[in-house]
Design a protein around this ligand. Structure first.
Ligand code: PLP
Length: 284
């Protein structure tokens, strides 16, 4: 397996980073997980834009160019002979002094790895069980809006959900409204309407979420982005989750309430597959 590290494609065994990298010392980094279909990275521009937004929020003085990052991603896919793949692009603030002062850092570290796409697990096909977890998205922190490498809140929330036999945990925000999953965005379907927490609800602005909203509007499904009360989950007719890697995951059980894999979820999942196919055909 070949991994891209700072401009070089090297064997996985040689892909090592400095112990003084601030990504390692302070979690000062960002990442994107993406899907390649037919050799094309789906929504690559949107992922790079979100990454740049993150770098600006974190005050990075040197922002790697989109062209270079895109070449790094495609170079990694080519080196591994992959067309259908999951790709992870990770950037850290780089090597600096062993104290929390980013001004001591040099250039950002860039790492890309890619792997084959695992067959969709039957649990994803059939639908996931989700539970509301105790950890909340902090509305006063800009970190929930960026895909920071500091992922410990998400991992703690996920393990809380796992302990309850659920595949995903749903986090509320510090105002008590619905935010998102630990690695996915959430959508509810209620009386034929599609409802999802808005950008101010402490969510990562998901790229799959954006695509799903556009597809829903194209299909004339009324779509609301707004503050969502947790009780709306209990009353929802359908619930699904979205993420680049997992695409659309139906929810079959939410906090002990059983749900069906409903028509609107199925309609959007089909529209998503068709959209992916139509934008992935042809050359990159
Ligand atoms: N929310 C969180 C916290 C995530 O980590 C992710 C992706 O991993 C998402 C939402 C979904 O984002 P996207 O659709 O861009 O993959």
């Amino acid at each position: 397996k070949m991994i891209y590290v700072n401009g070089r494609l090297v064997d996985e065994t040689e892909a090592v980073l400095s112990a003084l990298d601030h990504g390692f010392l302070y979690g000062h980094g960002l990442f994107e997980t993406m899907r390649a279909y037919n050799g094309k990275v789906f929504c690559l521009d949107a992922h790079l834009e979100r990454l740049e937004y993150g770098m600006r929020i974190l005050g990075w003085t040197e922002i790697p160019g989109r062209r270079d990052l895109s070449e790094a991603v495609y170079g990694t896919l080519a080196a591994n002979g992959l067309k259908e793949a999951s790709v992870r692009l990770t950037l850290s603030r780089g090597i600096g002094a062993p104290r929390p002062d980013a001004a001591t850092c040099g250039s950002p570290t860039v790492v890309v790895f890619a792997g084959p796409v695992a067959a969709r697990a039957s649990t994803v096909e059939e639908g996931w069980k989700v539970v509301t977890v105790s950890l909340r998205r902090n509305l006063s922190s800009p970190l929930c809006k960026i895909k920071s490498a500091n992922y410990l809140d998400n991992m703690l929330a996920r393990s809380e959900a796992r302990q309850q036999g659920a595949q995903e945990g749903i986090m509320l925000n510090t105002d008590g409204y619905l935010a998102e999953g630990t690695m996915s965005n959430i959508f509810l379907v209620s009386s034929g309407k599609l409802i999802t927490p808005d950008a101010g609800s402490g969510i990562l602005p998901g790229i799959t979420r954006d695509v799903v909203i556009k597809l829903a509007r194209r299909l004339s499904i009324t779509t609301e982005e707004r503050a969502v009360l947790p009780v709306e989950m209990d009353k929802a007719d359908e619930i699904f989750l979205t993420s680049s890697i997992m695409e659309i995951i139906p929810v079959i059980c939410c906090n002990q309430h059983s749900l069906i894999k409903g028509n609107i979820t199925a309609l959007l999942a089909k529209a998503y597959q068709e959209h992916v196919l139509s934008v992935s055909c042809g050359e990159r």
